[in-house]
Design a protein around this ligand. Structure first.
Ligand code: FAD
Length: 294
């Protein structure tokens, strides 16, 4: 089975897609319709996030197994250290391997309930994503990804320490990084430059969310941890009451962002899909990233 890093190091610009575990059977049907609609467009890989609790975690495990066994997609499973002992983490990793998932995004995760609350590791668990990278690596031939933050992780005191700990994750064996949401191409490129300036040649790819509604704009602002540039707000906020116009302008904004990233040699665009396919399909078609046969 192809590993994610092999696909990302390929000749052409690729795109990848991220989903979250469905909450119920209706949600699961929506997710699978979206997966089937995106599958012919040949994404480099498909990932499913890992939640804080039992049923959501079961949803990740059940659905990523289906991706591995029932689709042509390369699956990547997220995993966090939240509320897990090392023994439990070993179990989940072993289970991923058993169903054919060889790509893992290794994350520390946030405290359940309050993402900004105090991070308390499990007494027999891990403190940082770096340790999870080492654990996954020690358990077999996995391709490992990690998170990266264009504006720095919200808990990092400054960009220097943020970069230092990101590079430690690569030194521990991570193959590539996926960036949190950001607004301007330069914000991502500066992150790429910081990693390179630290003497690290690991690949970091940008995370992009199609801006289809005011809600997606607010989510982007919240997750980025930064203030949106006034120019972006001036383009989108006046359209908040007109769903069609907002969507059209939002997809223009995202397409322009992606075009500039591709022009800068970025080899993959990672789309946060919200478990829907239409907007991502539209953007990747406009970018010419769709195989001719699709
Ligand atoms: P770490 O890399 O461990 O970093 C956490 C903080 O500690 C940073 O400030 C870092 O600089 C600092 N740090 C790291 N190592 C050290 C050290 N050795 N000493 C001192 N400080 C250190 N969350 C989920 O719950 N489920 C998901 O599926 C999920 N998917 C994500 C996907 C992407 C692409 C991104 C960008 C984020 C995702 N998250 C997910 C959110 C993520 O779990 C949170 O941002 C979390 O707060 C940090 O996780 P991390 O892996 O970046 O942690």
């Amino acid at each position: 089975m192809t590993s994610v890093i092999e696909r990302l190091r390929g000749e052409t610009t690729a795109f990848s897609i991220e989903f979250f575990p469905p909450r119920d059977t209706a949600d699961e049907a929506v997710l699978w319709r979206s997966v089937r609609e995106l599958e012919p467009l040949d994404p480099a890989y498909m990932s499913i996030t890992y939640g804080a609790g039992g049923s959501s975690r079961d949803g990740t495990i059940r659905n990523i197994a289906r991706v591995a066994t029932e689709t042509t997609l390369t699956p990547m499973a997220h995993l966090t250290a939240v509320d897990h002992s090392v023994a439990e983490l070993r179990n989940v990793i072993g289970w991923y391997a058993a169903v054919g998932v060889r790509n893992i995004l290794a994350l520390r995760g946030d405290p359940p309930g309050d993402p900004y609350g105090d991070w308390v590791p499990h007494p027999q668990g891990l403190r940082y994503a770096e340790e999870l990278v080492s654990l996954v690596r020690s358990l077999g031939d996995f391709c490992v990804g990690v998170s990266a933050f264009p504006y720095g992780h919200p808990r990092s005191p400054d960009l220097d320490s943020d970069t230092k700990y990101l590079v430690r994750k690569f030194n521990a064996g991570a193959d590539f990084g996926i960036a949190q949401l950001f607004f301007q191409p330069e914000d991502f490129l500066r992150l790429r430059d910081r990693v390179a300036a630290a003497g690290c040649d690991a690949l970091v790819i940008p995370g992009v969310m199609p801006l289809t509604t005011p809600r997606t704009l607010h989510t982007t602002i919240r997750l980025s941890g930064a203030e949106a540039p006034q120019g972006l707000l001036d383009r989108l906020e006046p359209l908040a009451g007109d769903p069609k116009a907002f969507r059209a302008e939002g997809l223009d904004v995202v397409t322009e962002l992606c075009e500039r990233l591709i022009a800068e040699g970025v080899p993959d665009l990672h789309f946060y899909t919200f478990n829907r396919s239409k907007a991502t399909r539209e953007v990747v078609r406009r970018l010419g990233l769709v195989p001719a046969r699709a």
